[in-house]
Unconditional design. Sequence first.
Length: 318
Amino acid sequence: MNSRKGIIPIFFAVDDNYAPLLNVALESIVCQASRKYEYHIHILCENLSDANKLSLKMYELNNFKVYFKDMTQKISAEAQKMHTRDYYSKTTYFRVYIADEFTMYDKALYLDCDIALNADISELYSFDIGDNYVGGVTCEAVDTTPAFTEYAEKYLGMKLPYYFNAGIMLMNLKKFREIKFKDRFFDILGKIKFEVAQDQDYFNVLCKGHVTFLPKVWNKIPRPGSLEKLEDVKLVHYNLAFRPWRYDGVLYGELFWKHAKKTASFEKLLEIKHSFTKDDATYDTTWMNNLLGLANKLAHIKDTFCSMRECGKIVLMK
C-alpha cells in the first residue's frame, strides 16, 4: 500500500512523561528489526524537551529514521473538544491526524509507548487488512472484566469479542482519508463524551464492522492473576495499572527490563520505580475501582449511546 516499497512507517504519540517508555519501545523494535526494510519512526509530540528528543534520536541507525512532529498548532482548532482525565492527555488524540498529515503513506502502524516487542515489528505490518479501516487485537481488559464487557455491549452497542484495543493499530490510511475519518471523529467527539476508554471507544464505534482482528500475541496485556501466559508473545502492552516500572511481579516484566537496561532512560525508570509509594498504589486501586464503577453505571442508564443513536437523538456524520 506504500508508494515506496520497503518502508515501514511507525507512529508514536508522546510527551515528556512517557518519553522514557518510548526509549524502551524503540530499543525493543530496533534490536529485532529485519534489515530488509527501512523503518520510519514518526514521533508526534507537544513541547517535547530537547533532552528527550536527543535520547530518541539515538535510534536513527542504518535502516531507521526518526522524525519529530510537534502537534501544538495542528490540534489547536479541535483542542477544546479533547476531554482528558487521569492518565490521559491530549497526546492520545494525535493518532487521529496521521492519515491527513502523512499522505505519503497508505498504511502505517500506530503503537502506544508502554510496550515491549519480542519479535520483528515488520511481521505485524505485513498483515493484509484489505479494505478494512484498521487491524487490531481484541481488548483483553474488556473481554475479561465483566463491568467493561457490559459497558461495551450495553452502552456502546459493541458485540464482543469485536471491541479492539486502540493502542496497537495497523491503520489503513488510504481508507481513513477516503471516509474523512478525522472529520467523523471530531463530529462524534462534539456530540457525546465517552469517559471510560475515551479515544478507544470512539475508534471502536467509528470502525465497527471494518476491523481485521489480529492474533492476541500482538497485543498481550499482562493482567495480574492471569492464567494465560503466551510463550510465543510478540508484543506486550503494559496497559492500565500493569506497569513493571511501578510494580513488582508484573507478567512479562522481565521483557520490559531486558530492553530498558540498554536505554538512556534506564536510571530514570529505576528512579520512578523506587519512588513509587503505597499512596501511589492506593491511588491506582481507587482509580481502577472508580473506572469500573463508571462502566457499571453507564451500562445501566436509560439513554445509552447505543439507544440514543437508534432513536435518532445522536446522528453521526456519514
